[in-house]
Design a protein around this ligand. Structure first.
Ligand SMILES: CC(C)(COP(=O)(O)OP(=O)(O)OC[C@H]1O[C@@H](n2cnc3c(N)ncnc32)[C@H](O)[C@@H]1OP(=O)(O)O)[C@@H](O)C(=O)NCCC(=O)NCCS
Length: 407
């Protein structure tokens, strides 16, 4: 039977979620609000499924997001829930869904597409490059005194927050931080309600419901940690873990206060944080930094679709002119990027390039997460020494990009 690719009707959202979660090896009944979330967070014409007869055998959808870039932000099509049933793999269904997503993003004038990949090697072929990283942090404070994390640091007050307080306090704080940190994506009120406050057994994974602890200074919120607790005992001794979903702070004092809180929860001597920024202060807040075990991983993958618009949308740390060739661009391959006072103009230009790369590599350097000269050393980018020196300085950002939102 021929496969059909179309938007599912709202009545088919439950089957959509079941197909998706089964493909990921998760229990579809553990997330009963999934169909409602789809309805609330994604436009109905931005959800696609492949049907084999009446059965949904592949899924994908697009979140309409805004991506923070150095000195600004721009619309981003967030590719999500990509899945193909094992019975229908390697027949080109994912390729067809990605193409549908990209065509649709262009129609919505979204110059970039972003995603989190289940496997890092899948999406380079579609022009996506790793634009940001996260660190998984593990700390075991057993046998230590609490003062060993953030000793002597001035602290903000910390307090548990109920859902109402979270919804009233954190969205504006997040928005303010989002504007200053490349890689962060916008959150709408529905996103906060349905993804950051709502909870389900699937997300809990055997741990507690999510808690929010907010840091306060003179009555003003300065950050928060969202976490779960996983109780565990070994040989009669407490061995529980605080599992952090996100720890977000306006400044170092707030960050230290939240780390201090997270590392001093009685009966929970282990702290685990999967999506920490690569510049988390924790290793510098503890005397014995070797106790913080770090593993780096790719987070946001970016595909720069409208090169001229995207390159002009961010600010740069050095002035100058660069001719950039994007090798897999159909038609005229080159762009002239002119930076003055940190702001850029970018136009098509087919003169000889002084930097040449494929689209995925452009995605990798775009937020300043990796130096162009490093990618040149890895053979992913070619450039004259002068162009590489300028590109390294110009594309660098105030802080390493961080995408705390897994979508
Ligand atoms: C990953 C997945 C979506 C691929 O779907 P698919 O329909 O089999 O993929 P396609 O047939 O369209 O493959 C397109 C290309 O991607 C490659 N590819 C597919 N899956 C891949 C993988 N896991 N790793 C690396 N390459 C992969 C194919 O080999 C093919 O390459 P080619 O164009 O050079 O021939 C599917 O295996 C799946 O659902 N996996 C489990 C859920 C998952 O990981 N989803 C991704 C969420 S980000």
């Amino acid at each position: 039977m021929a496969l059909e690719l179309r938007c599912p009707t709202v009545d088919e959202y439950d089957a959509f979620r079941r197909s998706l979660l089964s493909t990921f090896g998760a229990d579809p009944d553990a997330d009963p609000a999934g169909p409602e979330r789809l309805r609330a967070l994604i436009e109905p014409d931005r959800i696609w499924a492949a049907f084999d007869g009446r059965e949904i055998v592949a899924t994908a959808a697009t979140f309409a997001l805004r991506l923070a870039v150095p000195g600004g932000e721009l619309p981003m099509a967030g590719l999500t829930v990509v899945s193909v049933r094992p019975t229908h793999r390697r027949r080109g269904l994912m390729r067809a869904l990605v193409q549908r997503h990209l065509d649709d993003a262009r129609a919505h004038r979204e110059p970039v597409s972003g995603l989190w990949a289940s496997e890092a090697s899948i999406y380079t072929r579609f022009g996506y490059g790793v634009a940001a990283h996260v660190d998984t942090l593990d700390l075991d404070v057993r046998g230590r005194t609490p003062a060993e994390v953030a000793p002597g640091a001035p602290v903000d007050d910390v307090a548990f927050a109920d859902d109402e307080t979270v919804l009233a306090t954190l969205p504006p704080l997040y928005d303010a931080i989002h504007r200053t940190r490349a890689g962060m994506v916008s959150r709408t009120p529905a996103w906060w309600r349905l993804r950051r406050v709502a909870d389900n057994a699937l997300w809990r994974g055997g741990a507690t419901a999510r808690h929010h602890v907010i840091a306060w200074r003179d009555g003003v919120a300065t950050g928060w940690v969202a976490f779960r607790q996983r109780s565990s005992w070994r040989d009669g001794l407490a061995d529980g873990a605080v599992e952090i979903e996100e720890l977000v702070a306006v400044d170092g004092r707030a960050e230290a206060s939240l780390w201090r809180f997270a590392t001093t929860v009685d009966l929970f001597p282990r702290v685990h944080y999967t999506y920490a920024p690569v510049d988390a202060a924790l290793p510098w807040l503890i005397a014995d930094a070797r106790r913080v075990v770090r593993r780096r991983s790719d987070s946001l993958h970016l595909r720069i679709d409208d090169v001229a618009t995207a390159l002009a949308a961010r600010r740069y740390a050095a002035d100058g002119a660069l001719r950039i060739e994007v090798r897999d661009e159909p038609g005229t391959p080159g762009y002239a990027l002119t930076i003055e006072g940190g702001a850029a103009r970018c136009v098509r230009d087919d003169a000889a390039p002084d930097l040449s790369m494929d689209r995925a590599t452009l995605g990798s350097i775009y937020l300043g997460g990796v130096a162009p000269s490093l990618l040149a050393r890895a053979g992913r980018l070619q450039g004259t020494p002068a162009a590489l020196r300028l590109a390294d300085r110009a594309f660098s950002a105030d802080a390493p990009p961080w995408c705390v939102e897994v979508f």
